[in-house]
Design a protein around this ligand. Structure first.
Ligand code: AOF
Ligand code: ZN
Length: 367
């Protein structure tokens, strides 16, 4: 198989894997393509909920055609007896001759052992191809296994001058329909959508994915130290249908904790430091609950606390050609910075015109 063909089939496996993003947590979203004699005989990706894994599904499709074939997998096949039998063994048993996968799995139960088992069984293993893409696709899973927290994307939709509302709170709409649709597509690829208490009180958001032709909804996370959230709002009314997780402090009123529990919300107790919920503790709590990719949509106080703690991995901005002025609400609250060297820095990875608004994406520098 030529290097160009390897790249093509592995790129396909990676794109199949991305289909699962937002639905496979706590597991990574993996893709697998099986190729025999230049023909694709099996395709699979990690199922919602994380199982079955990608490889057994692709192998089942391939049947006998897996014998002597090459398996392209977007991550090292698992080697452990977890909630499913090891994929390395399934590939060996099916008679796969060669495995092409970009990177090792960071789960300590697997890390390197999947490749080692395949090699020990006489299977040729090629690694390193498209590693940057795989690193980006699996960033959430990798950060959770290595640091215990999810990958955080901070999304802001603001005026040219960085405001998200006028002084009277008028905010609908700053960006146009094309940009707003892109936000729904992004929500869908994340395990959870997260906002601060001020946004939950002020906007009464539903935080759901709409009009995308899918039944999948990310978890809705609200960060609220005191749980002083509207009990008759959209989140409260729909908590039994689409998960609502509330990150709160130990000092939140007991009655409110019970009320939200009764409404169907999941309560995650986090540390309070300096009078505020500690953003590290919030993310550790979400990571411990299994989340790998969190999409934060503000408001300004939560955004500032995540940025000040250097916990934002990606910034997604939607900037509109409207100017609101200094009395409008800033997208990001006070960060207490004295010097520019203390400011978190990001590198530009994409810009796009989205129906007249500008999409810009930034990755955290040196991360
Ligand atoms: C694969 N293919 O499609 C995925 C893998 O709890 P279990 O048994 O489902 O195992 C979860 C672990 O399997 C997870 O932490 C990660 O290491 C690996 N995920 N591996 O071969 C897949 N999703
Ligand atoms: Zn597996």
């Amino acid at each position: 198989m030529s290097a160009a063909q390897d790249r093509r089939y592995l790129a396909l496996a990676l794109s199949l894997g991305r289909r699962g993003q937002g639905r496979t947590w706590p597991n990574p979203a993996v893709g697998c393509v099986i190729v025999n004699d230049g023909r694709i005989v099996g395709r699979g990706w990690t199922a919602p909920g994380g199982r079955p894994h990608a490889e057994p599904q692709a192998l089942a499709q391939a049947g006998d055609a897996a014998r002597g074939a090459t398996a392209y997998v977007s991550l090292e096949p698992c080697a452990h007896h977890g909630k499913t039998p090891p994929c390395s063994q399934a590939l060996i048993d099916a008679g796969i001759a060669r495995v092409v996968a970009p990177l090792e799995d960071t789960d300590p139960r697997v890390s390197g052992q999947g490749f080692a088992q395949l090699r020990a069984a006489g299977i040729e293993v090629t690694t390193g191809l498209l590693a940057d893409q795989a690193e980006a696709d699996h960033a959430g899973f990798f950060i959770r296994t290595e640091q215990g927290r999810p990958f955080v994307t901070l999304k802001l939709a603001n005026s040219f001058d960085g405001r998200i509302a006028t002084a009277t709170g008028d905010s609908q709409w700053i960006t146009g329909p094309v940009a707003r649709r892109a936000v729904h597509a992004m929500r869908m690829r994340n395990d959870a959508v997260m906002v601060g208490a001020g946004t939950a009180r002020g906007d009464d958001p539903s935080l759901t994915v709409r009009d995308m032709g899918v039944d999948h909804q990310p978890v809705r996370v609200v960060v609220s130290r005191r749980l002083d959230l509207p009990l008759s709002g959209l989140l409260a009314r729909t908590a039994k249908d689409v998960p609502v997780w509330l990150c709160h402090g130990a000092d939140a009123d007991d009655m409110l904790q019970q009320t939200w529990d009764g409404l169907g919300a999941e309560l995650i107790r986090c540390d309070v430091t300096g009078g505020h919920l500690d953003p590290r503790s919030v993310l550790q709590g979400l990571g411990a609950a299994g989340l790998t990719r969190v999409f934060c949509e503000g408001g300004g106080a939560l955004a500032a606390s995540l940025l000040a703690a250097d916990l934002v991995d990606e910034l997604v901005g939607f900037s509109a050609g409207v100017v609101i002025g200094a009395e409008g609400t800033p997208a990001i609250g006070a960060m207490g910075l004295a010097r520019l060297v203390e400011a978190p820095r990001f590198e530009l990875i994409e810009t796009r015109d989205l129906g007249g608004d500008v999409l810009h994406r930034w990755r955290r520098s040196g991360g």
